[in-house]
Unconditional design. Structure first.
Length: 136
């Protein structure tokens, strides 16, 4: 997904739970504090950082000016050591991660991947809990 209003709308709705609407031909998001113009989450670091804080995203600079964005556990890491131990596993698919030149975009992509992964994990958990146990 490319940076822009479509992605910003998805972030506002899916990550923050805001309603996006059009007022006088301009996209706005309805927040608990009132309506405001839709933030440029996918293009401006000041707004992307709000996404990073909400989703516990860690940013690591990589050679060549690229960024590795990874969403942590829903409640954050217990310690830096816990984070480093997780990194050594190399299993970033389930966490939500993105690598690229554009830091705000990488934050948004990692956040959406993490959200999707968390939904799948919750569905899998609830379906395994509701499945009848079989004894032979």
């Amino acid at each position: 997904m490319r940076p822009g209003r479509e992605l910003d709308t998805k972030i506002a709705e899916d990550i923050f739970g805001h309603t996006v609407l059009v007022k006088q031909k301009v996209l706005h998001e309805r927040t608990p504090g009132g309506d405001r113009p839709l933030r440029n989450y996918s293009k401006e670091i000041q707004w992307a950082w709000e996404v990073a804080k909400k989703m516990n995203i860690t940013m690591i600079p990589i050679e060549g000016g690229t960024w590795f964005a990874m969403a942590g556990k829903e409640n954050g890491w217990g310690s830096p050591g816990e984070f480093i131990a997780y990194l050594t596993t190399g299993n970033f698919v389930d966490s939500g991660a993105a690598v690229g030149d554009d830091a705000p975009l990488m934050i948004c992509l990692a956040a959406l991947k993490a959200l999707e992964s968390r939904k799948v994990q919750k569905v899998n958990l609830s379906s395994s809990e509701s499945a009848p146990s079989q004894t032979h």
